[in-house]
Write a protein that binds this ligand. Sequence first.
Ligand code: SF4
Length: 353
Amino acid sequence: MSTGLLVPPMRQTQVFVPELVYFEPDALNYSKGQRIFEWAQQQGLPIHMTTSHNRITNLPGDSDIEKYKIAKRTLVVGIRKTLKFEPSKPSAEYAIPIATGCMAHCHYCYLQTTLGAKPYIRVYVNTDDIMKAAKQYIEERAPEITRFEAACTSDPVGLEHISGSLKELIEFMAQEPLGRLRFVTKFHHVEPLLHLKHNKHTRFRFSVNADYVIKNFEPATSSFYERISAAGKVAQAGYPLGFIIAPIIWHEGWEKGYQELLEKLKEALPSEATSDLTFELIQHRFTKTAKTVIQQRYPKTKLELDETKRKYKWGRWGQGKYVYSDDQANALREFITEQIFEKFPQSSIDYFT
Ligand code: SF4
């Protein structure tokens, strides 16, 4: 029986259309590059050529914040030159690079620091080279299964109508007995992926959160209702499904917020979605660099970034992170874990970090 917790949104989140498009010259030697070029022309978008994305320094905008906003609506179409994949623990063995950057404005997003002064969106047209490299990684680890995470540096579902890269990866991985694909999204534009032959080798995850977090820190993403409706469709299409609750944020009324989140998930999901469901739980953390960047770009953010309220965790590369105290982290983990197993007794929790 419906509890009335789920309210359809007043308006639909539209697919992303950039304001500016740049092409690196070699990109047009690939059919995907040509296709994106034609799409940009049909959309009537300003198209520029650039010898390299590194040379895009003159984006319009009177202030740094304006330039940042424009950059997030700028698409660069190029070639992925580095085919050495980065590790992607704990969710997968490797990050598979199909895009970099994202049009959404989540205040806490780590791309703000990892992409630094280059927050524009890059899509790569040489997917065949990327899949060839993935095949080598799979062969190296045989007979072990190798998992690839496609959302480490972007939200690829939000770009699928432009690039079509997830379709290629899903169909490629369906043919690989020892290869698995996974990605996470905050967008609901899943239609182009529903009818693909995936062979259950792709785990489709949605990023979800307490109402307070979505409302205050995730501008320009699909609403919770849209994400959950999309999750239902994905489950009906037979994909293994998962949810990432991240970042878990300690806020006033957090217990109620996360309890309601799990209640809403239970209410909305069709029964076939719950038999092989995974959860990944990631608590909020920040670095000193991230704090500076976030406060410049989102000066009015309500994100709590007070080092004195946090525990310092030393990092491998020198730069440590501020995480919740052990007491707070344990309280969050215990409460959310209980809620998950109460509502979804057959699901599994992959990790809490
Ligand atoms: Fe970052 Fe994901 Fe938000 Fe995009 S949707 S800004 S990748 S957290």
